[in-house]
Design a protein. Sequence first.
Length: 225
Amino acid sequence: MIGRREFITLLGGAATAWPLAARAQQPALPVIGWLSGGSTTDPFADRFASYRRGLNEAGYVEGQNVTFEYRWADGRYDRLPALAADLVRRRVAVIVASGSGPAALAAKAATQTIPIVFDVGFDPVKNGLVATLSHPAGNLTGVVRLNAEVAAKRVSLLHEVTPATTSIALLVNPTAGFNAEAQTMALQAGARALGLSAPVLNASDLSGIEAAFVMLANERASALV
């Protein structure tokens, strides 16, 4: 027969051990990998709030029945392949490639089995992301924003606002690869159609942006895309 103190000690030990054992038997929450070329402070970071709201409406709540692994490139698109590979090693259930074509391409190069949902601003068929828009095939699907296709209209709108301008400068992140190249070419074509020059200012970080605005003054451009 044991005393009251020993009994309480044993009961407390059993109560502590039981939840630990129960937790050990619970399945791990599915993980959504979030891959973005931007950062938590850029204007497009609010897309994450929209994704999370959509998940909540579908019954998925972060920390309750799903969790996230975040990978932000902070504007350094050359980091995306390594970040995508890290999510694959983490064995996430799905990868959301948000806000940039390079993120989607990095995810595609990293895995042919994990589902990928992309959000891009270029033609995903032309650039080898999916087979067709109606039947993407493979492990990719997503949403397309045709930024390059409306680039000429953006230049036209700027020209309407500043009709006296002869030059509209383009601020471009060169590490965005063909995504930046496609939009630059479309913007320059739109500028030429209006008889305008379109000098390109390259910047991939904060110091580059500051230098670009110094060049903007030297170019005497009246508007900036």
